[in-house]
Design a protein around this ligand. Sequence first.
Ligand code: ADP
Ligand code: 5GP
Length: 201
Amino acid sequence: MNPKTAVDPDQPSGPAGRGRLFVVSAPSGAGKSTLCQAARERLPDLVYSVSTTTRPPRPGEVEGRDYFFVSPEAFRQGIAAGQWAEWAQVHDNYYGTSADFIDSHLSAGRDVLLDIDVQGAAQILARYPDTETIFIMAPSLAALRERLVRRGQDDAAVIEKRLRNAAAEIARKAHYRHLVVNDDLPVAIERFVGILKGEVP
Ligand code: ADP
Ligand code: 5GP
């Protein structure tokens, strides 16, 4: 494969040989991490943006692979310095995407995937209007709750908060170009990867 082309050399890249930018958002528990992991295995040249956050690492999370974990002070310094292409407060923590990271990979012709919330997605679309946006949903709120409980990573209060946030996030789904309903996992992976390969109009 052409090393300058991240996903598929037969597919068009972004304007003037730049890589394409993808944003994926979903309510917590819809299966975004599962789908992104599957896409990273299937599309090894796709660059996955590692965000910076002030939330503490979860068991098994690795600095620099899952997130860059920083203090609120360091994050706010980044805001003042214009370091973030977008940033937002989600579930009481700051999250942000490095502008340098995105710009350097897109300029080198590499496709970049951002896994960010609905507030960040709106900021990215304003800054990069050609962005392809993808929204992932569980088949129902009941399924979402069941997945969050079964995942076993959050206590009951956190799960209730995430479900309350989910309603507001789902209300934004019409702003996204592509919708992936993650019911049957292999079907959802196929559709998600197809979108990233530029095969879904
Ligand atoms: P998110 O990153 O959106 O918060 P995860 O990828 O962690 O969600 O998925 C939440 C839970 O649901 C995980 O335990 C995952 O294994 C499970 N899951 C993901 N996709 C499906 C699916 N299609 N059907 C059933 N369970 C799923
Ligand atoms: P989690 O804490 O479960 O990893 O992520 C919580 C939420 O924050 C998810 O909706 C995720 O997409 C979002 N998120 C992760 N990184 C960023 C980021 O850099 N910017 C924004 N705006 N949201 C992010």
